[in-house]
Design a protein around this ligand. Structure first.
Ligand code: ATP
Ligand code: MG
Length: 336
């Protein structure tokens, strides 16, 4: 699987954290060349990538942002993005991991992409070019740099950016939290994805007379990832297990029979537990959570000394368990 994303319009279900972790895992443990694309105007992935944050808020981040890359197309100056002008910074620890970074201005893309979604089906050549620009950009970056995998981080939204970004990927995982609201979100998501795929087929059927190459727009569902961190942090697991089952029931009845899928059975392909205090430390040292070690515990202790004994064992075990779950996702991505 070359290009993929974690999609759920429900917020705070660990999309960004899992995206960064999986990308770092593929780069450092599986010897892959990986590109991250931050397609969420919140730019959390970008913050994560360049951690720790610069002391000076005004200091510009390195590299080209996704908005800067696409701007010539949005403004109608170019049919296709010139990828040789795009600068992709490399991660300071993970040398085969690069990023097309995020940008708060990318929220402006919502309007351009929504026009394209509404009007690419008409005779507007401009809107047809905008409709295919993100897919072409990803493919051209792969062609220019030889990335094995591209991971796109999406915001908690179901608007035009998310619609076109999801269709531009080969596959997607659905990260969930076991609760009522997420169950409701998955039900809506199943309908949305089907509608997007159907609408895409109708839109691109109008492209050939204009000589504009379309793209498949049929991303494959790769599996559901349970992020039960709230459950494991709480006292009782039983009510959460109820919602975990409800979510799988909806995936089985509303999604699997209706969209292209990696597997025909509804199951959790990974179950991520609470990694508690590891996240803020990872954000300071700029490592993926599975790579945190004894040295990093110094950042959490009042006296500045490294942890030892049971506390250290439990810290290392949580980092290791997290890595084991990320490994399950990496296997699917590599094998597909
Ligand atoms: N397994 C976990 N255990 C504990 N905390 C977690 C876990 N996964 C994520 N978090 C924390 O939950 C918060 C939300 O995670 P994250 O930003 O990755 O979610 P998101 O789905 O990308 O959110 P958004 O919808 O806003 O983009 C973060 O503070 C993150 O550190
Ligand atoms: Mg996010």
């Amino acid at each position: 699987m070359r290009t993929l994303t974690f999609y759920n319009h429900k917020g705070g279900v660990s999309k960004t954290t899992t995206t960064f972790s999986l990308a770092a895992y593929l780069a450092s443990r599986c010897n892959k060349k990986v590109l991250l694309i931050d397609a969420d105007p919140q730019s959390n992935l970008t913050e994560n990538f360049f951690a720790p944050p610069a002391e000076d808020d005004d200091s510009a981040l390195p590299g080209t942002s996704i908005y800067e890359a696409l701007q010539p197309r949005f403004e109608g100056a170019a049919a296709r993005v010139e990828v040789s002008k795009i600068v992709l910074p490399t991660h300071k620890l993970y040398k085969t991991l690069s990023i097309l970074r995020g940008d708060w201005n990318f929220s402006l893309a919502e309007r351009y992409f929504s026009n394209a979604l509404a009007l690419a089906i008409t005779e507007s050549v401009h809107e047809k070019h905008t409709y295919v620009v993100l897919y072409n950009l990803i493919q051209d970056l792969i062609g220019a740099h030889g990335f094995d995998h591209v991971l796109v981080d999406l915001g908690p939204a179901s608007g035009a950016i998310t619609n076109l970004a999801l269709l531009s990927c080969d596959g997607y995982f659905i990260p969930v939290t076991p609760d009522r609201f997420c169950t409701q979100a998955v039900e809506a998501l199943a309908k949305l994805v089907q509608r997007w795929i159907e609408r895409h087929q109708k839109t691109v059927a109008t492209f050939p007379p204009f000589g504009i190459t379309s793209f498949p727009g049929e991303p494959r569902f790769l599996g559901t990832v349970s992020n039960a961190f709230k459950a494991y942090a709480g006292r009782t697991k039983k009510p959460y297990e109820y919602w975990e089952r409800q979510i799988l029931r909806i995936i089985a009845s509303e999604l699997l029979p209706k969209v292209p899928s990696h597997s025909s059975t509804a199951e959790y392909v990974a179950s991520i537990k609470d990694f508690g205090g590891l996240a803020p430390v990872a954000h300071i040292v700029g490592k993926a959570i599975f790579d945190l070690d004894r040295e990093d515990t110094k950042l959490t202790s009042a006296g500045g000394g490294a942890w030892s004994g049971v506390a250290l064992e439990s810290w290392l075990a949580r980092a290791r368990e997290y890595g084991d779950e990320i490994d399950k996702l990496a296997r699917i991505v590599i094998d597909e």
